[in-house]
Design a protein around this ligand. Structure first.
Ligand code: AMP
Length: 186
């Protein structure tokens, strides 16, 4: 099963993807995690990506596309994948369509977690305390939400137009939300 998981920062994508991957036995691929580990390892990509991430901006498309191309070409992706954090704008959505068309493995479902902004700001403030992520400060969170509204929200429309979008209520217990996602996969 090839799935794209959409939703604003703090909507629970990472948590839900980790649970869903155990249910449906496909790898969870998070571009945020891949980028954070490149930053921690101080790779050339990590060094280029860091300042964008610290400001809550998107890392340039070509850098992330290289990363995702390499990851989607790996052997463990044969049974499918859950993409978390990619695509983040329409150019990335189109690049992904092209890449997967070449691999003859198109996206089968786009699941969008819907959570309102007030909830998100509260959740991210909590995550900042618990995990200490450098991009969870209030100012950067506001920018990440703005980037989401302006650049990422149109990605949902892209999948809606292709008849692949399912919108999921992202409020409730982790288990309930995970069940909603599983139900949407049929
Ligand atoms: P996330 O963990 O998905 O919230 O991502 C954390 C940060 O990594 C984002 O705020 C961006 O700076 C960067 N990032 C993650 N995925 C992408 C992507 N697909 N395109 C551009 N930047 C990304």
């Amino acid at each position: 099963m090839r799935i794209v998981l959409l939703g604003p920062p703090g909507s629970g994508k990472g948590t839900q993807a980790a649970l869903l991957k155990d249910r449906i036995k496909v790898p969870h691929i998070s571009t945020g995690d891949l980028l954070r580990s490149a930053v921690a390892d101080e790779t050339p990509l990590g060094r280029q990506a860091r300042s964008f991430m610290d400001r809550g901006e998107l890392v340039p498309d070509e850098l992330v596309l290289g990363l995702i191309e390499e990851r989607l070409g790996a052997a463990d992706v044969q049974p499918g994948f859950i993409l978390d954090g990619y695509p983040r704008n329409l150019a990335q959505a189109r690049a992904l369509d092209e890449l997967l068309e070449r691999l003859e493995q198109p996206v089968e479902k786009a699941l969008e977690l819907r959570v309102d902004e007030e909830q998100i700001i509260q959740r991210l403030a909590r995550r900042a305390e618990e995990e200490g992520r450098s991009d969870d400060t209030e100012e950067v969170v506001r920018n990440r939400l703005k980037v989401y509204r302006e650049q990422t929200a149109p990605v949902s429309e892209h999948y809606r137009e292709h008849g692949l979008l399912a919108e999921i209520d992202g409020i409730g217990s982790i288990e309930d939300i995970n069940q909603r996602l599983a139900d949407a996969l049929g």
